[in-house]
Design a protein around this ligand. Structure first.
Ligand code: ZN
Ligand code: ZN
Length: 704
């Protein structure tokens, strides 16, 4: 028997008494050819100084690395409390500085430590978290959770981590990966990170990102907490924990950002005499003040652009004000947490809302904002109107099927529960045509341009007394299966543009290769796709790749409805009730929900979960906490349940990084980027881009 770490450690774990161990140790030591003659005696427990001496000699001599046996010896000595924690720490640190501290040694050390603690009756809880705490105490580099699991399994096959434990660890790894790869979604991620996890992230994540995350975390819990981003992490943590405790909740809640109703409904500010104003409650005074501020003669020559949401991908909402008039560009919701754009006092007085396209991150807030009684109207192309109607009704039924009723709904969700409310919205719709200019509010002339993002999508150019503002909405400057690629004006005074892929090169395999491979290797294939846009793009592409001639391409539900009403010209069949029974070999089903949170795609995936010959091709953006996200990122819990083959192909309705760069370079005015990675902190800005924060205002001087 040689001194083999694996055997040795396994063996140590089987031993109960010191005497027995020593006897066994003797056997091991005698059999170990590597072990120095000086230390043959297993009963000899050296002092800390002596041990350090051994290590020093071993490392300073001809040997570059300390021998494994010495390391094992140190570990076992520590286990028997023969050396202090400090010495143990210095041994491990020394090993690390020699780069001989393998993850195996770390994991062994941990389990030794844990075993020792347990023997002392101190703590029976072991976890990856306590492991991290131990190595934090020692001051070593952290270890990936996956490696921790791997080595634990190798070294101690009988040691079982609980499922919960594994799930928490995997979540931690996933969060770290997500944050590192997609810092632009920090705000979305923040809602799913527990306070416990927050504490451990600083091991892996840069301080800058961490403080942003903490900021969002606090803002998630309550919008009423005042803070600025310079608050230290520990203060953030305290605030989070206090809030957490005060609510006695197990999970830090995700709040729905309410659009608060203002208190000015009872009077028209323009008709109120100054004397009456003085008697207004303070809160109403504040709101009134902000309305009068920009209508004063001094500010009449200014145009103000306020960003109420949508800096990140989510709840788009941009307010453009001039004199006593204002228009609103989009009013969406974040699909990740149902939040809407922030309230702004002037929203009360906006009459015209310009909607770029039907996606919910641009339209989802409309049922809440536009009511029959408040005199607001909205503008969009006919296709956008048709698609918005379908998407809002489907959101309403999703909420209902998730058990949301009038009793438990937030005011925002409530707006979706009343059918007449959505129907009313379409009574105040006004059509717009591409390339035709109209005046939507005094002084606001609007021209829509085709945006090549989805059916009906447009960019808007506003001309406010000679000052021009272009809002691209979501747009693609690249050619796709469905659209030619947007050609937009580049000479506006301000261009507010969709920066989804700014500086984000997609390095996945060519999507066509993946599609062909998935179609060839799977008997049946499910392609979850957004009903509006991706489904039709995918059906077209399947035809161009000649997949449709060999396979039978099918769609159903809202995807089918949209494909039909938009007159999609391609080879595909519409099936009414698609289940596992009529989902046959040779079928490719393209249908929603694109992130697998419901819909036919989810139903089919659940029904075929045990079939390894069925494939799932994920092709769009997946928000965290969705099944699509878990499958795309190979979450073990998801993989355990779903045995299908998973493929991912990147297909997008947004400009590629290259095309976007060209567009930005051509712009002559102010360049404002929205719908984008919010990581201005991390990036050296070389293109003079403005990346607005929530509620930030851009003020322009009127030319006339
Ligand atoms: Zn969109
Ligand atoms: Zn969007």
């Amino acid at each position: 028997m040689t001194l083999n770490l694996h055997n040795y450690i396994n063996y140590l774990f089987k031993i109960d008494s010191k005497q027995k161990l020593n006897k066994e140790l003797l056997k091991i030591y005698e059999e170990s050819k590597e072990f120095s003659n000086n230390y043959k005696d297993p009963y000899y427990i050296c002092s800390n100084e002596e041990l350090l001496g051994i290590f020093n000699t071993s490392w300073s001599g001809s040997q570059d690395e300390p021998s494994n046996s010495l390391i094992h010896y140190a570990i076992s000595l520590y286990w028997f409390e023969a050396i202090s924690f400090e010495l143990y720490r210095s041994v491990l640190q020394e090993l690390e500085s020699h780069e001989s501290l393998s993850p195996v040694i770390l994991v062994v050390s941990y389990w030794m430590f844990w075993k020792k603690k347990r023997r002392a009756g101190k703590s029976s809880r072991y976890s990856f978290y306590s492991f991290l705490e131990l190595i934090r105490k020692i001051g070593l580099r952290p270890l990936e959770f996956q490696d921790f699991i791997k080595y634990t399994k190798e070294l101690f096959p009988n040691l079982k981590l609980s499922e919960k434990e594994i799930e928490i660890g995997n979540d931690l790894s996933r969060i770290i990966k997500n944050i590192q790869e997609r810092p632009q979604y920090l705000e979305e991620f923040s809602s799913s990170i527990s306070s416990d996890t927050m504490k451990l992230l600083d091991f892996y994540i840069d301080y800058e990102i961490l403080s942003e995350l903490a900021y969002f975390k606090v803002k998630n819990i309550s919008n009423n907490i005042e803070l600025d981003k310079k608050t230290s992490i520990s203060d953030f943590q305290k605030i989070v924990e206090e809030e957490y405790k005060s609510r006695k909740m197990k999970i830090v809640p995700t709040t729905i950002d309410p659009v608060l109703e203002p208190h000015l409904s009872n009077f028209d500010p323009k008709t109120v005499a100054m004397e009456d104003l003085a008697s207004l409650p303070k809160e109403q005074m504040k709101e009134f003040a902000s309305i009068t501020a920009y209508s004063s003669p001094k500010s009449a020559h200014k145009i103000r652009i306020s960003f109420l949401g949508g800096g990140n991908i989510g709840n788009m909402g941009i307010l453009v004000q001039h004199d006593n008039n204002a228009v609103l560009l989009d009013f969406g919701m974040s699909v990740a947490n149902y939040s809407t754009p922030r309230w702004h006092p002037s929203l009360k007085y906006v009459k015209a809302v310009l909607v770029t396209h039907a996606h919910l991150d641009h339209t989802g807030g409309l049922p809440y904002l536009i009511r029959p009684e408040n005199g607001k109207r909205w503008y969009a192309t006919q296709s956008t109107k048709i698609l918005t109607e379908k998407l809002l009704h489907s959101t309403s039924s999703i909420l209902r099927s998730n058990g949301i009723s009038k009793k438990n709904a937030t005011p925002f969700q409530n707006a979706y529960l009343s059918n007449s409310n959505i129907v009313n919205l379409f009574n105040v719709y006004n059509p717009l045509k591409v390339n035709e200019t109209i005046e939507v509010s005094p002084g606001f002339e609007v021209t829509p341009y085709s945006a090549s993002h989805i059916y009906g999508s447009v960019s808007y150019k506003l001309d406010v007394y000679g000052t021009t503002i272009l809002f691209t909405g979501d747009f693609s400057a690249d050619k796709s299966e469905l659209f030619a690629g947007a050609k937009l004006p580049t000479d506006c005074d301000v261009t507010i543009f969709d920066g989804t892929y700014y500086d984000r090169k997609i390095e996945e395999t060519d999507p066509n290769t993946v599609i062909l491979q998935a179609a060839e290797t799977c008997e049946r294939l499910i392609i979850p796709a957004f009903s509006v846009g991706r489904t039709q793009e995918m059906i077209k592409r399947l035809e161009r790749l000649r997949v449709s001639t060999k396979k039978s391409v099918k769609t159903t539900g809202l995807s089918a409805d949209v494909s039909k009403s938009m007159g999609l010209k391609a080879k595909f069949d519409i099936v009414k009730n698609l289940t596992n029974d009529n989902f046959e070999k040779g079928d490719i089903v393209v249908t929603g929900h694109g992130m697998l949170q419901g819909g036919t795609a989810r139903k089919l995936i659940d029904e075929t979960s045990s079939d390894e010959n069925t494939g799932i091709l994920i092709c769009g953006y997946q928000a965290p906490n969705t099944l699509g996200f878990s499958l795309k990122n190979s979450h073990p819990v998801a993989l355990k349940k779903y045995n299908q083959k998973v493929f991912t192909a990147h297909i997008s309705g947004h400009s590629s990084s290259e095309a976007l760069n060209e567009f930005i370079d051509d712009l002559s005015g102010k360049k404002v980027m929205v719908h984008t990675p919010d990581d201005s902190v991390l990036r050296v800005d070389h293109k003079n881009l403005i990346i607005p924060k929530y509620n930030q205002e851009i003020v322009l001087k009127n030319k006339i």
